[in-house]
Design a protein around this ligand. Structure first.
Ligand SMILES: [Zn+2]
Length: 252
């Protein structure tokens, strides 16, 4: 069994990481508050066998902008290789956008100073975020982009894009899967609870009694993307691996 790559998931506890290790899924695991960072890194410290399968990412998520001072998260930035997910959200979040913007920009600027790549959450704020990024060049991964507009603006800035689990049925995601440049395409689950949400929304039922699994979810997304792009799924899997390495700028 070859290793496969999840460009964005969340810290959901040690069992989820254990499953990912057993299924050979290398995952960028997001801590969206400093408390989550402590619990994720604590788990990795006591289970070192998980380490080769996890890349910790950390950033104060827009939904949690009010939960703690951004400085607490900024203090953790030197310890992680990837920042995020960070961004703004006017669809699923009612926190004042002015405050979200401040929290986002503080983290964005610090990430650029540290030359660390960033995972972006752009829901409903796609145009605004594209214009903010123009003055802060860096490596950006736009996670689960789900907007019919502004794609070209992110493309012009050379962003990476990760395709979410709704590529099975969502026309917007499918259209993106066709348009994204081959050296910028990634695949993500956004965590298994997001996969369950997307499956419910799309009327997709897991076969048998089995719950959706990370590896199976990533493989089915890969094969849907490959079909959209009229490409061989294995070739696409290799390309995705290359693309993630380039985003992380790692050689292994
Ligand atoms: Zn996420």
């Amino acid at each position: 069994m070859d290793r496969i790559y999840d460009a964005h998931t969340h810290w959901l506890g040690p069992e989820d990481l254990e499953t990912r290790k057993n299924q050979k899924v290398f995952s960028l695991v997001c801590a969206k508050t400093s408390a989550q960072y402590d619990s994720l890194t604590g788990c990795l410290h006591s289970h070192p066998a998980l380490l080769p399968w996890v890349q910790v990412t950390a950033g104060l998520h827009p939904w949690h902008s009010l939960e703690e001072p951004v400085e607490k998260m900024l203090d953790l930035f030197p310890m992680v290789k990837v920042i995020g997910e960070i961004g703004m959200d006017s669809v699923w979040c009612r926190i004042d956008l002015h405050l979200q913007r401040q929290v986002f920009i503080r983290q964005l600027e610090r990430a650029a100073e540290l030359n660390k790549p960033v995972i972006l959450h752009t829901k409903g704020q796609e145009a605004e975020i594209a214009s903010i990024l123009r003055s802060c060049p860096n490596r950006y991964l736009v996670h689960w982009y789900s907007c019919d507009l502004w794609f070209e603006q992110y493309e012009k800035m050379d962003c990476w894009f990760s395709i979410g689990p709704d590529v099975l049925w969502n026309k917007t995601t499918q259209s993106l899967a066709r348009q994204i440049r081959s050296d910028r395409l990634l695949i993500e689950t956004d965590g298994m609870n997001a996969v369950e949400w997307a499956d419910r929304k799309g009327g997709i039922h897991a076969t048998g009694e089995a719950e959706a699994q990370p590896r199976e979810t990533l493989l089915r997304s890969l094969s849907c993307c490959a079909a959209q792009r009229q490409q061989d799924p294995e070739e696409l899997a290799e390309q995705v691996q290359e693309n993630l390495r380039a985003f992380l700028q790692s050689k292994d």
